[in-house]
Design a protein around this ligand. Sequence first.
Ligand code: ZN
Ligand code: ZN
Length: 603
Amino acid sequence: MRQTFDVKGGPHIGRQNLPLLRDLLQADDLDGFYVPHEDEYQNEYLPAANERLAWVSGFTGSFGSAFVFSDRAVLFIDGRYTIQAADQTDKDLFERIAVPDPGPFGWLAQQDLKGSRIGYDPALMTPNDVDALFNAAEKAGATISPCRTNPIDRAWRDRPVQPLATVYPHALEFAGQSAEEKQQTIAQTLVADGLDAAVITSPASLAWLFNIRGGDVACSPLPLGRAVLRADASADLFLNPDKCDDDLRAHLGNKVTLLPETALEDRLGALKGQAVSLDPSLASAWFFQRLETAGAKIHRQLDPVMLPKARKNAAEIAGTAAAHRRDGVALTRFLHWLDTDAQSGEVTEIDAAIKLETFRDEVTGLRDLSFETISGAGPNGALPHYRVSSASNRLLERGSLYLVDSGGQYPDGTTDVTRTVPIGTPSAEMQHHYTLVLKGHIALDQVRFPEGTTGTHLDTLARHALWQAGLDYDHGTGHGVGVFLGVHEGPQRIAKGWNATPLQPGMIVSNEPGYYKEGAYGIRIENLQYVTPAEPIAGGDRDMLGFECLTFAPLARDLIDLNVLTSAERDWVDDYHQRVLAEIGPGVTGDVRAWLEQACAAL
Ligand code: ZN
Ligand code: ZN
């Protein structure tokens, strides 16, 4: 099994470790300490050695933070973790506050902490977060103080070792461009911007820039490391030497110097007087403080790898499409199982997640899941980021909806797909809501838009049908997706909040509108699609862009209310299902093939 459903952590951990941290804070002359969930690499998934919030509190959720003082400790969690946090932390030790209201810094600003010194680890926070902490502390009458070494790391006995998965070359046939060429191209942009070097702090960026992959964190083949690329296209790559072998050295060539991460501090010091780019949304405050101390001229700007990485080349698109065809076979076999065996009402969310994983495991090339499967039955489906555990596990009951959001990592591409299916007979209300979500999905699939359009401009299309019914959903509509890299990547995004990056050919985005009825059910339909030049439009006088779909798996025809669809939308569903049959049909046989033909028949 690639996923575990046991909840680790628990209140005994906080009881044991909180006093150890407090002892060190006292020794360091600190009255408080800020503990974010994020680690040095600002990744979604952390290695066990960096789960500092779990170490101090016992809370193992993927989002949260805490303030620890000598006489009180406060844990800030997202609403989806309310129950888990109550199970895992001792209420006598940790007060629990659900964010965003008011958030850790908003809370701090309202406290009376005159004369207190609050410590923080600059390696774990972006400069924006440090500014917010500073301002909040000032309002509370406190000061903040960066810690040279994290007191949790010093107090942590039996800390797991940092991951040491071998870093390996990413094949040119999947990358579509050699690492040397990529370094040359990015170096030219540094020259054009008047920069001497770029400090690359994001593991996903260095994976792309050097055509390498690793296995240091779950669900994403990232090599944890850093790099400095210079304007002459030479580079320093900082990786633990235990992760590097001769294959890797041969692949990197002689313009790349491999160095241990312990050499990073010195090498940054050597950038004195140079113009260096650093991305404040990706790099921690530690990098800024280090480069300022060294006397480098810091240019706060987008990591120069981000845009080229987001604009996939033809080989990356072809690989991603091929990965989706194979992944779609596993998903189709699972949807068939949901429509037959799982209609009994006796299957649980965990059974279903395991079943889906079993089908994916049979797909050629599967390296990992791209995230932990969201397997949400009935009211659990109404929690958009729900993670099933043995404590929350529910039956897929008849008369309910089941939502499943999942994906796989393959050497040629990364998938992310959501389907919502009825268990038993759906209500007319469920059908109505599903069809409104589908209308939004279709609108965003079909749109033509001029150059310069950003995801923010398009977001409304996916919500329009819901808005006219007085409904909405509280998450973004689309995120970027990597190629055998992170399932969530920028800089483009389709959401209400302003995003300044125009959608450009080759960018992959998800299209995932939803509707959530609290305490009852959740609905989401998610396909991945990529930006491509659109066919010329008769009578039009501008070049237009559009989307090409990557994800093929049947929609839930029993949830579609034909009275709510226009005839053009109905045609879209029929065309889409014809493509599903063409792309996935050859990969399935017997009962599944027969079922797929029915599932894809014209409405
Ligand atoms: Zn998804
Ligand atoms: Zn997604």
